[in-house]
Design a protein around this ligand. Structure first.
Ligand code: HPA
Ligand SMILES: [Zn+2]
Length: 331
């Protein structure tokens, strides 16, 4: 099964670039930038990756991101992730970045976007890996802060295809950001939002109806609402599900409890993604492998998940057709 997964052309739709910062690179960048990390070494840092919910992860994730300072740092971070894509046959990726995490430390928007996009362009040229970039608003901050962030991104709109919503979900419903999502839509940007990871199914309704998103990130709590499941299936609204993330953050106690196959059985367009692979124990290949191993997902179910990833992406129809044909041709 590992070989089958490795041979599948894979698409990733839920990936935080700051969440690909491996401990080794974190230490290297800390040294390069003269920053002292509160851990003795890589092993001590890894040992701290023992999360009990989303917030306990976010605290470390924002702390780690502080080593990213220069355009070259953002390039190196993104290039390391794209090298993993190349190694794992990920042929297209739509990745998030969290500018507010960096702007609040005095880093300029252009530094972040230029570093990331230079790596994305190079991966396209060198390896044929295509990509889209999604600017995420931090939902624990205000809508005014999100509006100012979007304003700061205006000079770089040619490098951004969509907006997203992430960070602490509980108590920060999508409706808090209606205005900034309307503004983004008027600028021609697509929209997605994290909803129903720890938050209730009602947040998924809000993301769809008030933010007008075209995909839901996570969305696993949709199973609590049969009417919502019916809508997701009827309208084929994709869910970007992240199996290893969900077990590491205790959304599910163990992989065997994950509802991904249940969602797939109900005709929801479920996709597989790695979220923050440096923190959660694996990239896209390892997420697919976990489904095969712990959920006993069949070859045909894995194939369907890969096809859903292509369908749910923002790729042009012609490229979708080519990838779908390749996935269907695999024995
Ligand atoms: O899984 C996540 N949920 C919310 N915010 C995040 N920021 C990085 N990863 C996540
Ligand atoms: Zn996420």
């Amino acid at each position: 099964m590992k070989q089958f997964i490795a041979a599948l052309p894979k698409v990733e739709l839920h990936l935080h670039i700051e969440g690909t910062l491996e401990p080794e690179l974190m230490f290297a960048l800390a040294e390069r930038n003269g920053i002292k990390l509160p851990y003795a070494d890589v092993a001590a840092l890894r040992a701290a990756y023992d999360f009990h919910n989303l917030q306990s992860f976010l605290d470390l994730y924002y702390q780690g991101a502080a080593v990213l300072q220069t355009e070259q740092d953002f390039f190196d971070l993104t290039w390391a992730y794209l090298s993993r894509c190349q190694a794992q046959h990920v042929v297209h990726t739509e990745l998030f970045f969290d500018p507010q995490t960096h702007l609040s430390r005095g880093i300029e928007m252009g530094t972040v976007i230029r570093g990331i996009s230079r790596a994305l362009d190079q991966a396209q040229t060198q390896w044929g890996i295509s990509s889209c970039l999604i600017l995420c608003f931090l939902r624990h901050l205000s809508q005014e802060d999100a509006l100012a962030t979007l304003e700061a991104a205006l000079p770089y709109l040619d490098k951004i295809q969509g907006v997203g919503l992430d960070s602490s979900e509980l108590g920060n419903p999508p409706s808090k950001f209606s205005e900034v999502f309307a503004r983004a839509s008027a600028l021609g940007l697509k929209a997605v939002a994290h909803a129903g990871e720890e938050g209730p199914a009602s947040y998924i309704w809000e993301a769809l109806d008030q933010l007008k998103v075209c995909r839901i990130d996570h969305g696993v709590r949709s199973v609590d609402d049969p009417r919502l499941i019916a809508r997701l299936a009827e309208e084929q609204i994709p869910l970007t599900v992240c199996p290893l993330s969900n077990t590491r953050l205790k959304v599910f106690d163990k992989m065997a409890d994950h509802n991904l196959l249940q969602l797939l059985d109900q005709d929801v367009c479920v996709t597989v993604n790695s979220d923050d692979p440096a923190y959660f124990g694996g990239y896209l290949q390892e997420n697919f492998e976990a489904l095969a191993r712990d959920l006993k997902a069949s070859r045909e179910q894995l194939r369907q998940l890969a096809l859903n990833g292509v369908q749910a992406s923002w790729l042009p129809v012609s490229r979708k057709k080519t990838l779908i044909a390749e996935i269907l041709m695999l024995p």
